[in-house]
Design a protein around this ligand. Structure first.
Ligand SMILES: O=P(O)(O)OC[C@H]1O[C@H](O[C@H]2O[C@H](CO)[C@@H](O)[C@H](O)[C@H]2O)[C@H](O)[C@@H](O)[C@@H]1O
Length: 362
């Protein structure tokens, strides 16, 4: 680990309301519990109400932490949640069995999944051990990194050639630079559905850099097809001012929309594209558009990953794994607590593939 400040939890101050869900022990058992529509809450009411709704949502972690009105202790609540979102490590045998006769396709979020959440986004490095685990998994199964970050930046962190990279929340998809063994008629894959927004995103980035100078701790990051405004280091009493400022800038850009991740506001084009669409696009590119022969596994920690979990749930196929130490509202079926457990899960998959199948992954 370098000199990064690893952030323990994003949700310490959240109130708790317990939500009962049916048990989901089978990887693809449909049991949809849509995450509450933040957008709906935010888009109703006047300007002040909208700002308040944003600030409330900013206080929650991402995805929203499960809230309890009942008098359950946090331990009881956690135990109940883990029953409905069992650990992917403790359920490994069942997961391995579910993949029999199917091609696993691996989809990995980056921040909070492969690297710990740290204060400085430019220092969110993955460990060498994690890199080795991802490299080995990519030798066994088609593997994609699906991230809100700009594709070049994520490549500079991951530094592995044999992977698909879907940057800017899936708006910038590129296939492996090495020749790939999974697709028969390989053609270089590059898909950028929001390319016409590039000048607008660049302009908004510059405006936001200037305007946020008045808010101590705010950091603006250019993610090519989207912009992140980080508030992790902004005092909570300034969050409303920051949201108002960002929203006032966006008033001039009706073709852009505002969403939220972990202590970050995200400005994105209004196109109907997200990590879920990117997942579907990648499955199609791999030749598994309408196939039952594939088991997609998507691992992510953030509200933006819910789009991908929802796609898997709606397809009744594959498994979503939420990385979280605390109960959260999610469409994922399984959980892992932190990136170290993600690494263990990836390693187990590789071992299982190599030894149970008597097959070496090259
Ligand atoms: O889709 P992801 O790979 O999870 O990317 C989402 C955002 O991740 C980064 O921000 C998050 O991680 C930072 C470093 O740990 C942390 O400081 C920040 O608070 C988190 O929101 C990245 O900087 C953003 O651009 C991504 O959109």
């Amino acid at each position: 680990m370098t000199n990064q400040n690893v952030v323990a939890s994003d949700a310490k101050s959240s109130r708790i309301r317990f939500i009962v869900r049916k048990s989901i022990f089978s990887p693809a058992v449909p049991n949809p519990l849509p995450a509450p529509s933040l957008a709906k809450k935010i888009e109703t009411g006047g300007a002040a109400a909208k700002t308040n709704a944003w600030v409330d949502s900013m206080r929650d972690s991402s995805p929203t932490r499960v809230k309890s009105t009942a008098s359950l202790s946090e331990t009881e609540e956690k135990n109940s949640w883990i029953l409905t979102h069992p650990s992917a490590l403790s359920m490994f045998e069942q997961i391995a069995n579910a993949s029999k006769g199917k091609q696993i396709a691996m989809f990995l979020d980056y921040d909070g999944t492969l690297s710990p959440i740290v204060e400085d986004p430019d220092r969110a490095f993955m460990t060498n051990e994690m890199r080795e685990a991802v490299r080995d998994v990519a030798r066994c199964f088609p593997t994609a990194i699906v991230t809100g970050r700009c594709r070049d930046k994520i490549y500079s962190f991951v530094k592995l050639a044999g992977l698909y990279y879907a940057g800017s929340h899936g708006m910038d998809i590129k296939g492996p630079s090495k020749s790939q063994k999974y697709k028969k008629d390989h053609q270089a894959l590059l898909f950028q559905p929001a390319s016409k927004f590039l000048p607008m995103i660049d302009e908004v980035y510059k405006v936001l850099i200037e305007k946020t100078k008045s808010i101590c701790g705010a950091k603006v990051e250019n993610n090519k097809f989207c912009v992140s405004v980080h508030f992790r280091c902004v005092e909570e009493k300034m969050w409303a001012a920051l949201v108002e400022l960002v929203r006032s800038v966006l008033n001039d850009y009706p073709k852009l929309r505002l969403t939220q991740g972990r202590k970050v506001l995200e400005i994105r084009p209004t196109i109907k594209w997200d990590k879920g669409k990117a997942l579907e696009f990648l499955l199609e590119s791999l030749g598994y558009a309408n196939s039952n022969d594939v088991l997609p596994i998507y691992i992510g920690d953030d509200r933006t990953d819910e789009d991908a979990f929802t796609v898997l749930r709606n397809r009744g196929q594959g498994l979503g794994i939420l990385v979280s130490k605390v109960p959260k509202e999610t469409n994922a079926s399984y959980s892992l607590q932190e990136p170290a457990e993600v690494k263990d899960f990836l390693r187990r998959l590789v071992e299982w593939k190599r030894f149970s199948h008597g097959e070496a992954c090259m």
